[in-house]
Design a protein around this ligand. Structure first.
Ligand SMILES: *Cc1c(COP(=O)(O)O)cnc(C)c1O
Length: 398
């Protein structure tokens, strides 16, 4: 291998390029027909009623907090093993981000611990589907709903994923245990729009409000006007008329991006199929390595349904007598890029300073962090690339 393989990257083909070029030559560059079509197609794909496309998943998480009614003084609970945005969204609305330790097998929030961490003012839970494996959503929902909280699933890693529950297969985004599901279309994720995100819900009220807040709180539908007098007769209201009903944001996504999204969405079944093939190959190639733990599924049968955004190994660096930086450097010399996903959020300086978090509070997450290393996983890896990665990993960590 000559060039460095990164841990993740986009797959763009000629149909994707043509889709974007077609929009460049059209009447709308933003907030036009591509956005609506992408939303409809995505909602159908995940079997949800409403999909609201926004400029990134962080914005979608912020909107999720707002429509869920999370406010100053509330608490929101999430996993420490996630990208910052799953917790930051709570801070955006003045709520306190709380954490629940992960389960050592799936690296997702442990429902048993969720009960212990729950407080009276916990208003929402953000369950993260780490690496693409669904969090135990039925268990999370049971705990949250009994306590009147909103269930948000951060499925940024899990576009196209499904999971088994009670002998049935459920689509992430379309199952009944999340009130809101959020997806990311950042280039390292399963499909991309450059930057982009989607908020998915079956709740009509949440959907209407998320659309409003995406665009400055502007309402243009006469059926939803407040009736306030804005200095013109109601009978005069033309298509130019609008009301700002609450303080919203510019979280819009462009038609250019949504054209790419529509094209990429068609390719998702192939993307996840290829990801599963590579995961299966890695799993068997690393099964005999003494200091390495390969990703495990809560339901082994979900190997056929999981969309796998990341392939994260747990490596016992102490037993190997090499630290992670050395292992990463040696893999890099062999053309294999790796990444540490994630530094537990509560250990970040801002979280320590603002909320008083300290090391040792979430020991399973911190143990996972000390051992994790994500190796290249994306659909355009060739079989040769995959064998190269395997050879390099076996040389370095055997
Ligand atoms: C990537 C990611 C996000 C943020 O997505 P953006 O689209 O970059 O804002 C949020 N949560 C998780 C778990 C992610 O991996």
């Amino acid at each position: 291998m000559s060039e460095l393989l990164s841990y993740g990257r986009q797959s763009i083909d000629d149909t994707d390029v043509e889709a974007v070029v077609r929009v460049l030559r059209s009447d709308f560059l933003t907030s036009g027909p591509e956005v609506e079509a992408f939303e409809r197609e995505f909602a159908d794909f995940v079997a949800a009623k409403h999909a609201i496309a926004v400029c990134n998943a962080t914005a979608a998480l912020h909107l999720a907090m707002l429509v869920a009614g999370v406010e100053e003084g509330d608490r929101v609970i999430t996993s420490p093993i996630t990208f910052l945005a799953s917790a930051n969204c709570a801070a955006y609305v003045g709520a306190r981000p709380d954490f629940c330790d992960i389960d050592a097998l799936s690296y997702n929030v442990d429902p048993g611990k969720l009960k212990t961490e729950w407080r009276d003012d916990t208003k929402a839970v953000v369950a993260v589907d780490y690496a693409g494996q669904a969090a135990d959503m039925p268990a999370v929902a049971e705990i949250a709903r009994e306590r009147g909280a909103v269930v948000i699933e951060d499925a940024s890693h899990a576009v196209g994923g499904k999971f088994t529950h009670c002998g049935k297969i459920w689509q992430i985004g379309g199952h009944p245990w999340a009130d809101i599901t959020v997806f990311s279309f950042h280039p390292v994720k399963t499909m991309t729009t450059g930057e982009g995100g989607m908020l998915v819900t079956d709740n009509e009220e949440f959907a209407v409000r998320a659309r409003l807040l995406r665009n400055h709180g502007i309402e243009r539908d006469p059926a939803r006007f407040s009736g306030a007098d804005l200095g013109s007769q109601t009978s005069e209201h033309g298509s130019w008329y609008y009301e700002m009903q609450e303080l919203g944001y510019n979280y819009r996504i462009t038609d250019l991006q949504c054209a790419l999204g529509r094209s990429q969405l068609k390719r998702v079944p192939d993307f996840v199929q290829r990801r599963r093939e590579i995961v299966a190959r890695y799993n068997s190639a690393f099964a005999d390595l003494a200091y390495v733990t390969t990703p495990q599924l809560r339901h082994p049968g979900d190997a056929a349904h999981t969309s796998w955004h990341l392939y994260t190994l747990q490596i016992d660096f102490a037993a190997l007598r090499q630290n992670r930086a050395q292992v990463m450097a040696e893999l890099r010399e062999r053309g294999v890029g790796t990444q540490v996903l994630y530094i537990p959020v509560h250990l970040q300086p801002w979280y320590r300073q603002t909320y008083g978090y300290t090391a040792g509070q979430f020991p399973i997450a911190e143990g996972f962090y000390s051992r994790c290393l994500s190796i290249p996983l994306y659909p355009s890896l060739t079989d040769n690339d995959v064998e190269g990665v395997i050879k390099a990993v076996r040389e370095v960590v055997a």
